[in-house]
Design a protein. Structure first.
Ligand SMILES: NC(=O)c1ccc[n+]([C@@H]2O[C@H](COP(=O)([O-])OP(=O)(O)OC[C@H]3O[C@@H](n4cnc5c(N)ncnc54)[C@H](OP(=O)(O)O)[C@@H]3O)[C@@H](O)[C@H]2O)c1
Length: 374
């Protein structure tokens, strides 16, 4: 069975192209606090994929001075006003030599050797290193309200750099590399599923587009199954405040702040469309028997059983105590759907890989489901 990890690895490669809507970061709850007087000089290792642009914009909105370091391949036209240093972080860090920054935000580290190189080099050039890790660092999701101290995944082949096979375990070792180089001044962010405008993985977009299309929609599992998503903009704004406050330590970045059921999630999305939609709840065993994969065929949903009993329930308590706030799901859903429509892309595209069921497969399954008399 494919897992959420499988999908993360695919999306880590950044397969789809898109353009972000222009404009400033909106001002959600908790965002009205004045910025520190001295602007921070922030080096982003990455910065032009999905979450990076939101962070760069959030830093700009607070008056900070971003520099972006990347290869110039992903959305090269983004941020013409921002200093860009070109290089490959795998063996090509020379362009960073002799420069100093207040903080580093590393959004593109997957391989310990590569993270070690940047962290070791920058420990003499920056005061603070913030690393974007993942909720996949935990050995499993078998418990509810799992916190940052829960056991981590172990890399079974210590020399492996196979990010497709060992995404989570490699991030565990990357985190250690950051701690080694910045023992007193590191921040580790472990996001759950990140959504919002510019989301190139499209798991969340599946539900937006599907519900917006209307008709009978397969709603997977039990309506009470928990689900978590975090808006990239909420995470970005919080991260910038963490940098301003020099907040260190490890933090789960999941949302929302209280339990969200699959029913609330789907009906919440329905609330931002005008479509004539009907949900048919199709139980987990029926779906699994027909090889419907949680997470990739039924995006963002995972039945809360076995090693996934705590799926959708990773605790953001520590992050909330450190200032993480959330905009309503409706804002995230509306803005993301609007963004996707603005790209002009067809959902059932022949060139782009899309998660979720095709319309044809969903109709087949619904016909089979109704034959059971339910
Ligand atoms: N999506 C999720 O739901 C989710 C969940 C948990 C954690 N995460 C984490 O979020 C991060 C991904 O965010 P993102 O891709 O949206 O970040 P991003 O910073 O927006 O995009 C990736 C950046 O890395 C640069 N890059 C890639 N390879 C590079 C290299 N060898 N040398 C220098 N720059 C390089 C890319 O530019 P160039 O291609 O031009 O070099 C691009 O600017 C990852 O750390 C991932 O583990 C994501």
């Amino acid at each position: 069975m494919a897992t959420r990890r499988d999908f993360l690895k695919v999306t880590a490669a950044g397969t789809a192209s898109f353009s972000l809507p222009a404009g400033k970061v909106s001002a959600p709850l908790g965002w009205g606090v004045p910025a520190r007087k001295a602007p921070l000089r922030i080096l982003f290792i990455g910065g032009t994929g999905f979450i990076g642009p939101h962070m760069v914009r959030a830093a700009q909105a607070r008056g900070h001075i971003p520099t972006i370091f990347n290869r110039g391949k992903t959305h090269p036209g983004l941020f013409p006003e921002v200093e860009r240093l070109l290089g490959d972080r795998d063996g090509g860090l020379d362009v960073l030599k002799g420069r100093t920054w207040d903080c580093v935000v590393d959004t593109s580290g997957y391989v310990p050797r590569v993270v070690r190189a940047s962290a070791q080099m920058l420990k003499a050039q920056a005061k603070h290193y913030l690393f974007i890790s993942t909720g996949d660092v935990y050995k499993d999701l078998a418990v509810e309200n799992l916190d940052e101290d829960y056991d981590k995944a172990v890399l079974p082949e210590p020399t492996s750099e196979d990010t497709r096979k060992y995404y989570g375990p490699l991030k565990v070792v990357c985190e250690q590399e950051v701690r080694n180089a910045f023992p007193e001044s590191h921040t580790i962010i472990r996001p759950g599923w990140i959504v919002g405008p510019g989301d190139n993985a499209h798991l969340f977009t599946y539900w937006l587009v599907r519900i917006d299309r209307g008709g009978e929609v397969i709603a997977p599992g039990d309506p009470t199954d928990p689900v978590q998503v975090i808006d990239a903009r909420d995470m970005a704004e919080w991260i910038v405040r963490m940098l301003e406050n020099r907040t260190t330590g490890a933090f789960n970045a999941t949302g929302p702040g209280s339990r969200l059921s699959m029913a609330e999630f789907l009906y919440g999305i329905r609330g931002i469309t005008t479509s004539d939609v009907r949900f048919s709840w199709v139980p987990t065993p029926f779906l699994l028997e027909r090889k419907i994969r949680p997470w990739s065929d039924m995006p963002i949903w995972y039945p809360p059983i076995g090693d996934h009993k705590g799926n959708g329930l990773i605790s953001p308590k520590r992050a909330i105590a450190a200032g993480l706030t959330y905009r309503p799901l409706a804002d995230t859903a509306r803005d993301t759907l609007q963004w996707f429509k603005s790209t002009g892309e067809a959902w059932e595209s022949t060139t782009a890989r899309r998660p979720g069921l095709t319309a044809a497969r969903e109709a087949e399954l619904l016909a089979e489901w109704h034959k059971t008399g339910r």
